[in-house]
Write a protein that binds this ligand. Sequence first.
Ligand code: AMP
Ligand code: ZN
Ligand code: ZN
Length: 414
Amino acid sequence: MHSCLRCLLFLSLLMLAACAGPASLREPREPAPSLLLISLDGTHPDYLGRGNSPNLDRLAREGVIAQWMTPSYPALTFPNHYTLVTGLRPDHHGIVHNTMEDAALGRFTLADRTAVGDGRWWGGEPIWVGAQKAGLNTANLAWPGSEADIAGVRPTRWLLFDAKRSLSQRVEIVSGWLTEPAATRPAFVALYIEHLDSAGHTYGPDSPELAGALRRVDAALGELFARLSRAGTMDRTNIVIVSDHGMATVPAGQVVITERMLDPEYASLVSTGQVVGFNPRPGHRDEAERALLGRHEHYECWRKEDMPERWRFGRNPRVPAITCQMDEGWDALPSEHAARRGGGTRGSHGFDPTLPSMRAIFLARGPSFREGITLPGFDNVDVYPLLTTLLGIESAEHDGNAQTLLEALRDSGL
Ligand code: AMP
Ligand code: ZN
Ligand code: ZN
């Protein structure tokens, strides 16, 4: 679990260097490379390499690309962003859905700034907290969780999520951070970009609008890389680009009305969409279970203790008593939301994470990475131990496998 072996190796290398004599000690040391972690929310691996992403494709050629990365259950934004930076499955870090309820804390939604900024929702230790504790500087442009004080620690610098902040403003901010003098330059920078998720939802993954959004995001990243190159920073920055999940097509009309799944008299609806949570009202457990449990035409429901084992989900107290998983390409909405939804094809995620449509991206480039490597698919819990290795800090307890990404690294990667 821990990457202590690597830490030990690193320490022994340091001791060896020290034993090599005063000359090696006196040699001026290059500052350690900074680590830039970028999320392109909702980006599927099939989007790349099709003429809409020249800068991402070049980065992959000069570094490492995975065929795909498998998200954790549920394949939603907040649970997976937080898994990427903690290495914990959502059941373990506590962000079990974008919309959830906690007996003591109440309700959590993405739109609720107070809840999102409340560290008590966020379990485990995200990479920036570990880095801060190790004495490193970190800067964070809206990675989910970065605005909360988690275990009393926040990034050195952090900016609230603001969909109106343009791509070029984001490039300006992040390139500014990474080109600061060594004394203030953050060791870890995170950048969150939602544009591909938004276009995927509104128009579907195969739409020309999605391709247009990809071209714009790719051009912005091209500008970021050009700025880093001009400042001589590109080759002392390790860049890791990920997504949280992919995107599936939802054909027009493929909506199940939640009131038809269960009479609202019998249970409260905790979450809608693709991972639909119900908490039976007192005295109505039997009616709720009779109506919901088992296979239905476009979904299947389980008690939390009976969720399929492969999803490693259901033990966290925040998981509702009954979860219904929608089939690929089907959404569940209350009638009033369904009525507001326009016709036409759209896109959704939150389906079974092992479906090819839910696959996420992983790309990396920089002084610690090998060049021109393609990796087979892997689980997104394995990213965290790579990040701690790149920063040279110890991993907190996590669910990942530290070996998976070692082959992406040059030598020891340190
Ligand atoms: P979803 O598609 O429901 O999984 O959520 C993704 C959407 O959440 C993105 O397209 C953003 O618009 C939005 N989002 C991302 N980060 C935040 C945040 N920190 N606070 C509020 N909304 C966010
Ligand atoms: Zn997302
Ligand atoms: Zn989304």
